[in-house]
Design a protein around this ligand. Structure first.
Ligand code: SF4
Ligand code: SF4
Ligand code: FES
Length: 242
């Protein structure tokens, strides 16, 4: 395409669809990085097509390589089947579960309490983090970054009454401790949701709540103990204590 200097990648896709090939299939709606529907892979990394200037993505050979998001089945062209993504969000019970009978009045939060869940609340469910998570490439059972970020939003919500039950569930295989800490989801996230940071927050709550009967928690505790006692990691002891 010529004349793409002022166009976003999504504008280019629209130009192609409207003038060259009407069968080209992709998702879009808001064009403003709000709805989360236009995520695709460009040059190997998941991005929001409406958030990136095409000129910033063009490589030396004048091309942008586009692919559908990873870790989900392509349906047609750049559209993928989001069912596994939504199934995993559903698994973390993404709604408040107060332990008292719900008050007829609003339940207030302090600014400090809201700050704990503010970042996770910005997730637009675009799937960019899910697409590029390296654990999901090898383990379908992993809940993945978006569902875990959503989980943190309820684990640390002052109005929720199921914190212990939630962190117990999230500490099972496929949960928080299966994350490899690669940080790719933070790189890919177009919002402040930054899933890996949220996963670390759930880990902290799990340890504070005494949910430590699993390899991941034991590994974290042994790691900390080793550094505290000697200033370095004792690689011989950590696997044994984990
Ligand atoms: S930090 Fe964890 S959740 Fe995020 S991409 Fe890496 S393995 Fe996946
Ligand atoms: S956490 Fe970020 S990258 Fe993942 S679905 Fe939400 S907004 Fe998209
Ligand atoms: S079209 Fe809505 S986020 Fe890109």
């Amino acid at each position: 395409m010529d004349g793409t200097d002022d166009l976003t990648l999504l504008d280019c896709l629209n130009q192609i669809k409207w003038t060259l090939d009407g069968s080209l299939t992709y998702r879009m709606s808001c064009r403003s990085a709000i709805c989360g529907s236009c995520a695709v892979k460009a040059n190997g990394h998941a991005i929001l097509a409406c958030q990136k200037q095409a000129s910033h993505l063009v490589k030396d050979n004048d091309t942008i390589t586009l692919e559908p998001l990873g870790n989900m089945k392509p349906i047609k062209d750049l559209a993928v089947d989001f069912k596994p993504f939504w199934d995993k969000v559903d698994k973390v019970s993404p709604y408040l579960q107060p332990d008292k009978k719900t008050s007829e009045k609003e339940t207030k939060q302090s600014p400090e309490q809201f700050k704990l869940i503010d970042d996770a609340s910005t997730c637009i469910m675009c799937g960019a983090c899910y697409s590029d998570c390296n654990v999901l490439e090898v383990d379908d059972n992993f809940l993945g970054p978006a569902a875990l970020a959503k989980a943190q939003r309820f684990v640390q919500d002052s109005r929720d009454g199921k914190t212990l039950a939630r962190v117990k569930e999230l500490s099972k295989p496929g949960g928080i401790w299966d994350c490899t800490h690669c940080g790719e989801c933070v790189e890919r996230c177009p919002k402040p949701a930054e899933p890996f940071d949220r996963i670390k927050e759930i880990m902290t709550v799990a340890l504070e709540q005494g949910v430590t009967s699993n390899n991941g928690a034991r590994h974290a505790l042994s790691f900390t103990k080793s550094v505290k006692s000697s200033g370095s990691l004792n690689e011989n002891i950590i696997p044994v204590e984990s």
